[in-house]
Design a protein around this ligand. Structure first.
Ligand SMILES: Cc1cc2nc3c(=O)[nH]c(=O)nc-3n(C[C@H](O)[C@H](O)[C@H](O)COP(=O)(O)O)c2cc1C
Length: 405
């Protein structure tokens, strides 16, 4: 499949004749799986219509900073937070100057200034404008601040001159965008991830389960692949598409999940247990459907095997990450689980009420390890998963280097 699956790309289009190429760029980004939000400067709209880019991106194009409707729905700060990557293509000389000066005089420059997302700039202008000392100084400033310069290419220009200043082709820009997400942080590492709920049968038609959607585990699998890992995903029953390049094993019950984990454990260097595994299952599974009877019914439960403890008991060389979904005393309860189950890291999230957690597309996590911890604030699960994989890679490398020395 694609290299930008589910990545949120904010495509800024400024007033260059190359703006017509943005239409092609939107299509290529979408083909690569990205969600594309187009933001245009006023001048850009003279070269290509918002309607064209809206149709291709399948999202309303944003153009105005002082837009009462936009501020009530997705204002410039929300858009700045939303983006995984901001790409300005084409970037006019004027817009590059605004970026370099830190101006927030229009919607696009305000978003760029307010965002923590990486910034990629694809200049497109006449060769003299590109070569000018002012533009070169502005570009140097942007690169010093960490922006990535995409191009420009050399060749025949719209003004009839020949030289450097042409915008890169859409495919080249897409390839550069993909590089942002291929971190290589876990290159070649074997990672096993569990995800989703389990189902514990009561009788042939009923079971006990929970509200886990599996979204976090699947997002982690995708993020681990991007980081270069070889990922095995053991999943309970969920309605999710398997991320690209992930080996998926479907299971139903806690016992099946344990068996699948054990079968695949030997080569794993990192295990991330994001599944919401049932703690209890019916003591007996009725072979026939249980009939309705007068009065109340009793269900006797027994504990399921503890998958996490089984993994940590087998070897302590492996890096094991657990999840704790808590409705109260998040940090205290998660610290207890970290110790009790000898985990290397625990990701705790508050569930229930207005908080993130199950069934939602967003979540916030509190990551804890021996002697440390960090909060990952509310964000889309894909973004959170990438942050979590970064932290896991960091702690995994720290553990390996102390064991090697
Ligand atoms: C026909 C025409 C073509 C232009 N092409 C470019 C261009 O390729 N690159 C550029 O930097 N400016 C170009 N400009 C000038 C910009 O449109 C102008 O500087 C504008 O103010 C940029 O606004 P913006 O940066 O807010 O989008 C062109 C202007 C015209 C009239």
């Amino acid at each position: 499949m694609s290299s930008l699956a589910n990545k949120r790309i904010l495509l800024g289009v400024s007033g260059s004749i190359a703006a017509y190429k943005s239409a092609e760029l939107v299509r290529r980004l979408k083909d690569a799986g990205a969600v594309v939000q187009v933001v245009m400067t006023e001048a850009a709209q003279a070269f290509v219509t918002p309607f064209t880019l809206q149709t291709l991106s399948e999202r309303p194009v944003h153009t105005a900073l002082m837009d009462a409707n936009a501020e009530a729905t997705m204002g410039h700060i929300e858009q700045a937070r939303w983006a995984d990557l901001i790409v300005i293509a084409p970037a006019s000389a004027n817009f590059i100057a605004r970026l370099a000066q830190g101006q927030a005089s229009d919607l696009l420059s305000a978003i760029a200034l307010a965002s923590e997302a990486p910034l990629a700039v694809a200049p497109a202008m006449n060769r003299q404008m590109w070569a000018s000392a002012a533009t070169q100084a502005n570009v140097a400033t942007l690169m010093e601040r960490g922006a990535k310069l995409l191009g420009p290419a050399s060749g025949e220009q719209a003004c009839g001159e020949v030289g450097a200043g042409r915008m890169l082709e859409a495919d080249e820009i897409v390839a550069h965008c993909a590089e942002y997400f291929e971190t290589g942080l876990l290159a070649g590492r074997h990672v096993l991830i569990t995800a989703g709920p389990t189902q514990e049968d009561i009788d042939p038609v009923r079971y006990i389960s929970n509200r886990s959607s599996g979204k976090m585990g699947f997002a982690l699998a995708a993020a681990a692949v991007e980081a270069g890992a070889r990922v095995t995903l053991v999943s309970g029953p969920v309605a999710l598409v398997t991320p690209d390049r992930v080996a998926r094993i479907d299971v139903r019950s806690a016992a099946e999940m344990l068996a699948a984990v054990q079968e695949n454990l030997a080569e794993q260097e990192i295990v991330i247990a994001a599944a919401a595994v049932a703690d209890y299952r019916p003591l007996q599974v009725a072979t026939q459907k249980i009939k309705k009877q007068a009065g109340s019914a009793q269900l006797s439960l027994e504990q399921t095997a503890d998958i996490l403890s089984t993994i940590t008991a087998e070897s302590d060389a492996r890096f094991v990450v657990g999840f704790a979904a808590e409705t109260e005393q998040l940090e205290a309860n998660a610290r207890v689980k970290l110790e009790k189950k000898s985990l290397d890291m625990i990701a705790a999230n508050g569930v229930g009420g207005e908080r993130g957690g199950f069934e939602r597309d967003e979540n916030a996590l509190l990551l804890l390890w021996q002697g440390g911890g960090v909060e990952l604030p509310m964000a889309p699960k894909e973004k959170l998963a990438r942050q979590l994989i970064e932290r896991i890679a960091e702690r995994f490398n720290a553990k390996n280097s102390t064991e090697d020395s």
